[in-house]
Design a protein around this ligand. Sequence first.
Ligand code: 6PG
Length: 265
Amino acid sequence: MAPSPLVYLSPDENDLVGKLQSYLSEKLFYLLEQTGTIGIGVSGGSMTRIFSAAILAIPNLNWKRIRIFMVDERNVDVNDPESNLGQYLRLFPVDKHDSFVPIPIHENVGITAQQYEINLRRHLLPEQFNSAPRFDLLFLGVGPDGHTASIFPGKERLEKITDMNWVSAITDSPKPPPARVTLTIGTINFGKNVAFIITGRAKAEIVRSIVEGDEKYPASTVKPINEKLVLFLDSEAGSAIRDQERLFARHDEMSSPEPETPPFE
Ligand code: 6PG
């Protein structure tokens, strides 16, 4: 049985932003001491404002050594209101825009996916393990249907997406717009520090499924190979978790940064 994730439960969004800020600060300063450039992947949706508020509140970060990638992106121009990157750029001061790695958008979403993968291979080269990429930090959202990144429920969709590519193109996303690119579950699971940011009662069942690892939804197939999974939740999102006491007892075990051990040792 997979180990339970580390859960941070907040009464409200302000508290969640504070907890995320502490987590980010601890991880980023540790990683900045250890490695050259830090690769962070972020999703879109409601976590955009939460992640932005948390990281922008950290003083004295060396932004020149931080690269932020989109975990998934809608196949639209960055100036389109639907663009995930565009939403981040509107929340970040201009002097930090260079930290974002843009996805070259092509009208053919298959070509966008190829370009995105080429970009990732270039930027994450030193962080590959065999042929798999290794993001330092990944932040995921979930939809009420159980999707994460742009990996939506449905057997055919999941089959299409589980090949060995780092990135997949989606043409039939049930959440508009339909054309998207997304990291695959394989890529996500190679992340060194994978975390979900989830708020609202509509997602409580998905949170339960992630905590129990029952793989009923795409989000609950996220199982990092290093077995480190963190959940930042508000109390509504956490309301269907069973066995809360056991989960919260894990904070002491996992709260300090550990040296990264290579997988499969
Ligand atoms: C996107 C996202 C997607 C998002 C979830 C949750 O581009 O749509 O990356 O995976 O994180 O749909 O979105 P909400 O938090 O807005 O419900």
